[in-house]
Design a protein around this ligand. Sequence first.
Ligand SMILES: *[C@@H]1O[C@H](CO)[C@@H](O)[C@H](O)[C@H]1NC(C)=O
Ligand SMILES: *[C@@H]1O[C@H](CO)[C@@H](O)[C@H](O)[C@H]1NC(C)=O
Ligand SMILES: *[C@@H]1O[C@H](CO)[C@@H](O)[C@H](O)[C@H]1NC(C)=O
Length: 383
Amino acid sequence: MGLWRVLVTGSLLVSWVLSAAVVGGGNLAPCDFQAFYNFGDSNSDTGGISAAFEPIRAPYGEGFFHKPAGRDSDGRLIVDFIAERLKLPYLSAYLNSLGTNYRRGANFATGGSTIMKPNETIYEYGISPFFLGMQIVQFDQFRARSAELYNQVKGTQEAEKLPRAEDYARALYTFDIGQNDLSVGFRKMSLEQLRAALPDIVNQLATAVQHLYQQGGRAFWIHNTGPIGCLPVNLFYVSNPPPGYLDEHGCVKAQNEMAVEFNVKLKDRATKLREELPEAAITYVDVYTAKYGLISNAKSLGLADPLKVCCGYHVNFDHIWCGNKGTVNKSEVYGAPCQDPSVFISWDGVHYSEAANKWIADHTQNGSLADPPIPITQACHRM
Ligand SMILES: *[C@@H]1O[C@H](CO)[C@@H](O)[C@H](O)[C@H]1NC(C)=O
Ligand SMILES: *[C@@H]1O[C@H](CO)[C@@H](O)[C@H](O)[C@H]1NC(C)=O
Ligand SMILES: *[C@@H]1O[C@H](CO)[C@@H](O)[C@H](O)[C@H]1NC(C)=O
């Protein structure tokens, strides 16, 4: 039992989020999170968009779950490694109506989600209608309805699958979103316009955190956005890049620079949030550096070319996406998976392989790329 529990049960006046001074400096007590709630896009969707629209098909999920599991990868996502580290079950997607268990939290992330309200339907470029503001609306509804239901079924088996009211204040709230705001921006705006929009985008994320804080949330673990210019999809349609278009690892420079700018603004905003929310423990996590580190060290780690894709057929200008069938040169081609996904960083050109996700999780969850530099298991401590 963590120290905070003793304190919390001992005195209602003691805030759950402990300052480092309370527990005595460097040796922070583990937080013993009872639940976690995630908000995000396909990087952390554990079944939402798959349940709401069309199921994600094989060979997705086959490496770990041995069947499609609503995830855009061959196996687990970073959010699944978070669950493992917190010793909590994998999160059920809020939108998944069957076989769900929300006792230890819920996942509001959906593939294709943006922070900003989208201006297009999912049928055009796959942008999800469940943008961050809507995920927060869903969280509120989830909370209200599950509380009502809990009161009706208290003492029965059914109640075991529902969250406990007292756990919201002792839950970890995790975020991984923003990548699609950049991809929409690259498609629809000039770099100048997108740059000008970044403060507003980052502010919307801060608004979500403020809302959860007002609802009693205290511990927040916020991933920054990855090196979007290193996603192989961004190179599929580039044949003769002009000099300076790509960096030394073959990533689209201007796109990565925009991601870095987003991250600088997000980090600043996180600092301000700590002032605005006096009892919040807010951890900003530099996932960008982990992902870029993995990509730049692919060779020494014994991995395949980071811009090569495990699953799908991508030759010249023919692109058959992972798990799809298509026609190339009048014959049918299947977007097949590679032999060994564990040596690939990119699973399908947009999403990371389970092996990459594990590496990124291992390099972020122990706090070495976090601000403040505390492991996720201690992310309830306000530093
Ligand atoms: C949405 O798209 C319409 C039509 O392309 C455009 O006129 C409008 O300015 C866009 N709004 C936003 C917020 O991007
Ligand atoms: C397409 O098919 C033709 C006839 O079978 C063959 O000669 C040609 O090499 C093929 N091209 C590619 C790119 O596979
Ligand atoms: C975190 O884990 C990574 C990968 O194992 C390791 O290189 C790093 O030194 C660790 N950092 C801390 C603070 O434990």
